[in-house]
Design a protein around this ligand. Structure first.
Ligand SMILES: *[C@@H]1O[C@H](CO)[C@@H](O)[C@H](O)[C@H]1NC(C)=O
Ligand SMILES: *[C@@H]1O[C@H](CO)[C@@H](O)[C@H](O)[C@H]1NC(C)=O
Ligand SMILES: *[C@@H]1O[C@H](CO)[C@@H](O)[C@H](O)[C@H]1NC(C)=O
Ligand SMILES: *[C@@H]1O[C@H](CO)[C@@H](O)[C@H](O)[C@H]1NC(C)=O
Ligand SMILES: *[C@@H]1O[C@H](CO)[C@@H](O)[C@H](O)[C@H]1NC(C)=O
Ligand SMILES: *[C@@H]1O[C@H](CO)[C@@H](O)[C@H](O)[C@H]1NC(C)=O
Ligand SMILES: *[C@@H]1O[C@H](CO)[C@@H](O)[C@H](O)[C@H]1NC(C)=O
Length: 534
């Protein structure tokens, strides 16, 4: 270990002419061990002195009705939170027994007449997760000591509304009764109109975004907005979904795609040769290789057959679980959401650092703290990152036996949204095993929109990230290494046809704004029509 770090700093110094050496009275190696702690402490002290920068009278959405929702500060967040609101809004204003919880934060830059809605998946996972660890202005990610200001926050660009939905999720209240996306989309649309009325919002462009199971929420809610045919409240501008359940996800986005994922990332899994051979044999005998060869082509030859994965009768071909059960022997800290994660298992203020729930001894769950609930005007109910009870109550009905009987989005609602807006972005991270990149692409190849089936040509345009690192820039500066964290370079592949943008993200797990915030910042700029290319 020692040898390795000596070598590393020596190599860096050689290749970059080392601002380490020139700026410091210590030698290269010694310098590495010194500066950071003192300076990190100072940075937090400085941050604590930032009191409300913008006077309340300049708040755009503050009025008599919104005042009770105003958030003044957040426990343990040592920064000015700026203009921010949160609380419950009923689905039916005449009956408050069913209500969805939101956080709303207007953009911190030039005002825009837009609302970008963010939804986590699950089903039943709280959007507070994205607020605190992905897209929000203050991020407190697994293993980090305290919340940080997020330079890639989505509120840099637009007004963001994080919502806990459907009923039964996060801080939302009411008893889940839904068995379909159509029902929960109706609830959402009603909530959202009530929200806009309270906040005096009309004629804004609306963008719907989210990840994972929200691959179902986003298109269904967007389609429900289009069906309202009401420009004042539902002027849909576009939609974005990360690592999304848009197709027959258990079969196509998991089983079919998992073995090639393992093969291409063999050194992260570290399976032995005989197990790799077994996986390869099964990938072939289960017909998955043939499926990919036939349908992951551009243009695709024909529509894919209807498929259903039966975990009892198809157990032999459940390669996803075969991999998932073996990998923990090798790497107990393996994370389905981010396959490159190694030990230790990090403490996490949401108690969900990997695909395992884990609450470090003595740690509390941030959103379950009474002081946090008070600050957010949240109900005094137990908050779980993902609800313990189902939020779709159809038992094992539905295409993937989730108790949610709605058709997969690729079959009609997603095409409807693309055709209406011509601005839909579907993206997948390559280090995600829950929803696998090539599985998502396969699902797109089984969708007919704007007159054709699938993409007609193969995605291959690079996504070149020119933005330098902003999050750790101070740390590099304190280490006399400012020149090290420059632009990222090529971080993925983009492809646009007929209103749909596809974005493959390199080195990203499931929660893309968390793992590749610079890339997802570009995605958002595209969604908001600030750029035509990623
Ligand atoms: C409010 O809604 C709940 C749940 O749907 C229902 O049980 C209750 O009767 C309603 N209350 C009123 C006053 O309508
Ligand atoms: C976001 O806004 C802040 C404050 O204006 C700025 O410092 C930061 O560079 C912005 N981030 C990006 C990615 O432009
Ligand atoms: C995904 O599919 C492409 C063909 O479109 C192939 O080149 C690539 O190797 C596949 N990657 C994985 C991880 O399966
Ligand atoms: C190879 O890996 C498999 C799966 O983890 C395990 O069951 C088997 O014992 C291993 N074989 C050898 C020779 O180590
Ligand atoms: C492919 O699309 C067709 C038409 O929408 C649908 O019937 C079929 O179930 C889909 N198959 C898969 C695997 O998604
Ligand atoms: C799955 O297979 C089992 C065993 O063959 C069968 O009893 C069950 O009905 C099947 N489930 C579905 C939803 O088809
Ligand atoms: C997107 O931006 C371009 C110019 O940058 C503008 O011409 C176009 O009308 C915008 N589209 C929408 C839907 O606002």
């Amino acid at each position: 270990m020692l040898l390795k770090s000596v070598l590393t700093s020596a190599l860096l110094a050689l290749s970059l002419g080392s601002d380490l050496v020139t700026a410091s009275k210590h030698g290269r190696f010694a310098q590495n061990a010194r500066a950071p702690q003192e300076k990190a402490k100072r940075a937090v002290e400085e941050a604590r002195s930032h009191k409300h920068v913008k006077p309340e009278k300049d708040y755009r959405f503050l009025n008599k009705k919104t005042k009770p929702y105003r958030v003044d500060s957040l426990p343990d967040v040592p920064y000015d939170v700026g203009e921010m609101y949160s609380g419950l809004v009923p689905i039916d204003m005449h009956n408050s027994s069913r209500a969805l919880f939101f956080i709303f934060q207007p953009t911190i830059n030039e005002p825009v007449d837009e609302i970008t809605i963010w939804l986590n998946g699950g089903p039943g996972c709280s959007s507070m997760e994205s607020f605190l660890q992905e897209t929000g202005r203050f991020i407190w990610q697994p293993g980090t000591f305290a919340p940080l200001e997020n330079p890639y926050s989505w509120v840099n660009l637009t007004n963001v509304l994080w919502v806990d939905q459907p009923v039964g999720t996060g801080y939302s209240i009411g008893t889940p009764t839904a068995v379909s996306q159509e029902e929960t989309a109706q609830d959402f649309v009603k909530f959202f109109k009530n929200f806009q009325k309270i906040f005096g919002i009309k004629n804004f462009k609306i963008y719907v975004t989210g990840e994972s199971y929200a691959g179902r929420y986003v298109p269904y809610i967007s389609a429900a907005m289009l069906d309202e045919d009401d420009e004042e409240y539902f002027d849909l501008g576009g939609a974005l979904a990360y690592d999304p359940c848009i197709g027959q996800f258990d079969y196509v986005q998991q089983e079919v795609a998992v073995v090639p994922l393992v093969q291409q990332n063999a050194n992260l899994f570290n399976f032995n040769a005989s197990f790799m051979t077994e996986l390869d044999k099964k990938h072939k005998s289960c017909g998955y290789e043939e499926y990919i060869d036939k349908y992951l082509t551009f243009p695709p030859p024909e529509v894919q057959p209807p498929l259903m994965f039966n975990y009892s009768s198809d157990a032999e071909c459940d390669l996803f679980d075969l991999v998932y059960k073996e990998i923990f022997h090798i790497n107990p800290c393996f994370d389905l959401y981010e396959i490159n994660l190694m030990c230790p298992l990090l403490w996490d203020v949401l108690a969900f650092p990997t695909s395992l729930d884990y609450q470090a001894p003595g740690a509390t769950v941030y959103f379950d703290r009474p002081d946090v609930k008070r600050a957010l005007h949240a109900p005094k109910i137990t908050w779980n990152v993902c609800s313990l009870e189902p939020v779709y109550v159809g038992g094992n009905a539905g295409p993937e036996q989730e108790g949610d009987i709605s058709a997969n989005p690729i079959e009609s609602v997603l095409p409807q949204v693309i055709e209406a807006t011509n601005r839909v972005l579907i993206s997948n991270g390559d280090f995600d095993m829950v929803v696998i990149t090539n599985g998502t692409l396969l699902s797109i190849q089984n969708m007919t929109w704007n007159g054709h089936l699938g993409f007609q040509s193969k995605p291959e345009t690079p996504i070149d990230i020119k933005l330098p690192d902003l999050l750790y820039a101070d740390v590099f500066a304190e280490n006399y290494a400012s020149s090290f964290d420059g632009p990222q370079g090529v971080m993925g592949v983009q492809h646009y046809e007929r209103g749909l943008m596809w974005a493959q993200s390199y080195q990203s797990g499931h929660m893309q704004p968390q793992y590749q915030p610079r890339v997802s910042y570009r995605h958002l700029e595209w969604l908001l029509n600030r750029t035509e290319e990623l």
